[in-house]
Design a protein around this ligand. Structure first.
Ligand code: ADP
Ligand code: ADP
Length: 232
């Protein structure tokens, strides 16, 4: 489903080379909830940004659905992007737009018919439990509600892959749990493959089936959660 083949990313800043990713290799199977855990600076954000096509690797291949993202042409990239949804630590909602319009944004970008937008957005809002909140603005919502909007928006174009960037790090433990349960439901009901980066072990234990541990741009351990994070 997602395969990293010898992926490296080097940034040059002030004449210094920063090796953010070094020979990253792993495979995520369809239906996995794959966690990447590590401390700040380990390279997690860079890794997830290469899958979301925000960063281009310096070397290697990233295969998603049998396509190497690294070698796609601009037009093909647009299509590939639609197959990948993403949610963020700070939600990244448009503050001047309603909940409805936030969720509708990816659909409008691909010129979906108005009637279809309305139907799809209302269906998504219902799914995440926000059907009563369609006309509100983000600053009228709690953190958990904002993340539900983020999730609905990420699912709008029916992606096969959902990327989660510290998606619960700004939330209290109870809200974290409810968001994680929602992600698990989405994984099971829509058969969406999830790749999440987090610095919180508890998140990985709660919903991931596989995990990779990152340190200094490298994966130092990976496997099934119960093997890698086995309690003593
Ligand atoms: P994490 O998400 O695990 O905290 P990052 O991927 O953000 O780690 O960062 C990994 C390393 O890459 C860090 O040393 C960071 O300073 C560096 N880095 C990340 N983005 C850039 C950039 N745009 N320019 C230069 N260095 C960067
Ligand atoms: P029209 O067909 O004239 O565009 P719609 O009823 O389809 O009218 O939608 C008009 C606007 O109302 C949409 O662009 C959207 O911003 C908003 N809207 C549609 N459905 C909802 C809803 N359930 N809650 C809040 N706003 C909505």
């Amino acid at each position: 489903m997602i395969e990293f083949k010898n992926v490296s990313k080097t940034f040059s800043s002030n004449g210094q080379d920063v090796h953010a990713l070094q020979n990253i290799q792993f495979t995520i199977e369809k239906g996995d909830i794959f966690g990447v855990i590590g401390f700040s600076g380990a390279g997690k954000s860079t890794l997830i940004r290469t899958v979301n096509l925000i960063e281009r690797p310096t070397a290697g291949e990233i295969i998603v659905n049998n396509e190497n993202l690294v070698s796609l042409q601009p037009r093909e990239l647009q299509r590939a992007k639609r197959n990948i949804g993403m949610i963020f630590q700070h939600f990244n909602l448009l503050q001047s737009k309603t909940v409805f319009e936030n969720v509708a944004t990816p659909l409008r970008l691909v010129k979906t018919k108005k009637s279809e937008v309305k139907e799809r957005v209302n269906e998504l809002l219902k799914y995440v439990g926000l059907e009563e909140f369609a006309s509100r603005y983000p600053d009228q919502l709690s953190g958990g509600q904002k993340q539900r909007v983020g999730i609905a928006r990420a699912l709008a174009t029916n992606p096969a892959v959902l990327l989660c960037d510290e998606a619960t790090s700004a939330l209290d433990p109870e809200t974290t749990s409810s968001i994680l349960q929602l992600l698990k439901r989405i994984n099971q009901e829509y058969n969406i493959t999830i790749l999440m980066i987090t610095h919180e072990l508890g998140v990985v234990r709660e919903i991931c089936n596989k995990v990779a541990v990152m340190e200094n741009g490298r994966i130092v351990e990976q496997g099934k959660v119960e093997d890698v994070l086995a309690r003593p």
